[in-house]
Design a protein around this ligand. Structure first.
Ligand code: SAM
Length: 241
């Protein structure tokens, strides 16, 4: 679309400029940044289409940091609503600035931990004899994305609760993807998610999961626990529900 390349360039310029005073990325060279940030993020484009073929996908990027992969994807999918979630207030303020500067009305920034936001079931509304929930984050998104937010056994617990039943989680991993996948078997079982495919990118591998049933109430566990005691990793006690 016209304007996309220019906007992506402006995003990288803001990211690299702000990176001088705030730790947003280890990559400082603009050419590397196009490859490692923009192209890596856009490797998820086919999964967005798959997650919701008929209507614009509702997407959440968990642990988005400086907006990766969320911002490049939001630029290239203007009809899709994007929620960018991060627990660090300074990064969220940067993302608000990016959304304003790039004029991205489809972007919403939420400053919270995934362990807390993953339990947000919205407000119960009673209307015309029917009751429904509005504004929920749990069980609500067609696609959940994440990059560099921990090993799969941890990351699944932080991401799967946000997906609707039948929705996808597309997690950008590095060379250890297969090793982490083997370790995450029990986490997939407990969270009712299955591995539906992987795709190789120039910098790593995207691992895609589908959520089969609603997430058991226990998950995500309290803040810090998914990282401290990854589900199903030897030495940790987990409950099967
Ligand atoms: N996804 C970005 C990227 O690929 O450049 C940022 C990766 S950075 C290594 C990890 C980010 O995840 C940080 O910004 C951190 O604040 C955020 N984060 C870590 N644990 C989180 C949690 N439990 N809930 C929300 N954000 C979290």
């Amino acid at each position: 679309m016209p304007g996309e390349v220019e906007r992506l360039g402006r995003f990288l310029a803001l990211l690299l400029e702000t990176n001088k005073t705030m730790n947003l990325t280890a990559i400082r060279d603009p050419r590397d940044a196009w490859q490692r940030h923009v192209l890596d993020s856009l490797s998820l484009m086919p999964v967005i289409e798959e997650a919701s073929p008929d209507t614009p996908a509702r997407v959440i990027d968990v642990g988005t940091g400086g907006g990766l992969p969320g911002v490049p994807l939001a630029v290239c999918n203007p009809d899709s609503p994007f929620t960018l979630l991060d627990s660090t207030a300074k990064k969220c303020a940067f993302l608000e600035h990016v959304a304003r500067e790039l004029d991205l009305p489809n972007v919403r920034v939420v400053c919270a931990r995934a362990e807390q936001a993953g339990h947000d079931r919205g407000k119960k509304i009673d209307r015309g004899g029917e009751s429904f929930r509005e504004g929920a984050m749990r069980d609500s998104f067609d696609l959940v994305t994440a990059r560099a937010v921990g090993r799969l056994a941890t990351l699944l617990e932080l991401t799967v609760p946000f997906a609707r039943v039948g929705g996808l989680c597309a997690l950008i991993k590095g060379r250890k993807a297969d090793e982490e996948l083997a370790e995450a078997k029990q986490a997939m079982h407990l969270l009712h998610a299955v591995h539906v495919g992987s795709l190789d990118t120039p910098t790593g591998r995207v691992v895609v999961f589908e959520k089969l049933r609603p997430t058991p109430k226990t998950y995500p566990r309290p803040a810090g626990e998914p990282k401290r005691k990854p589900l199903g990793v030897p030495g940790n006690k987990t409950t099967d529900r």
